[in-house]
Design a protein around this ligand. Structure first.
Ligand SMILES: [Zn+2]
Length: 181
């Protein structure tokens, strides 16, 4: 297995890594191991979660294997930047994700509905659908990620001077820093 990207992170927080509002959700989940994913699922009340459907058609190891392979195409460069390499496996990987996403459309784990404004919205009813479509989007956009300075979770780089995935990690980091001095 691809255990090389599994990090040794003392401040790892499954609840923060599992927050889909912080960009880079699928990339963070890809860095977790299966036990951590299942613990986080058990602890979270996310609306798209449905344990019974979660790994219905695919073995959990295969889901984790797919997204680990996808985010394995990004590599760390000095410091905290995580950059996409123009990888020879890219086309093959895109085809693999497209094939899985095609199946997810057929099993209605992803669907399009109209919102109150009459605009289309994509809905995910399973975790693997959400992860798989996010992986497809990241393979298309190939964003840069950065390691959160506190918990180590990857987040999508929007501003080059951002050092934390969110306010909670920033506060925790500086609180710890003040204790040291
Ligand atoms: Zn963090």
């Amino acid at each position: 297995m691809n255990d090389g990207i599994l990090p040794d992170r003392p401040n790892m927080r499954p609840d923060l890594w599992f927050d889909p509002k912080t960009p880079g959700f699928a990339a963070r989940v890809a860095q977790m191991d299966l036990d951590q994913v299942e613990d986080a699922l058990a602890a979270s009340g996310l609306s798209w979660r449905d344990d019974s459907q979660l790994f219905q058609f695919t073995h959990p190891d295969e889901v984790m294997g797919l997204i680990r392979d996808v985010y394995g195409l990004w590599s760390k460069e000095r410091g905290q930047h995580v950059l996409f390499d123009n990888h020879p496996d890219l086309d093959r990987m895109r085809q693999r994700v497209a094939m899985v996403n095609q199946q997810l459309m057929h099993t209605f784990e992803v669907g399009v509905t109209l919102n109150a404004k009459g605009l289309p919205e994509i809905n995910f009813s399973t975790l693997r659908a959400k992860l798989s479509f996010e992986a497809a989007r990241d393979l298309h956009d190939t964003p840069d990620f950065r390691d959160c300075m506190w918990c180590g979770g990857w987040f999508t780089l929007k501003r080059s001077d951002r050092k934390f995935c969110g306010g909670r990690c920033q506060t925790a980091f500086w609180r710890e820093k003040q204790k040291e001095t």
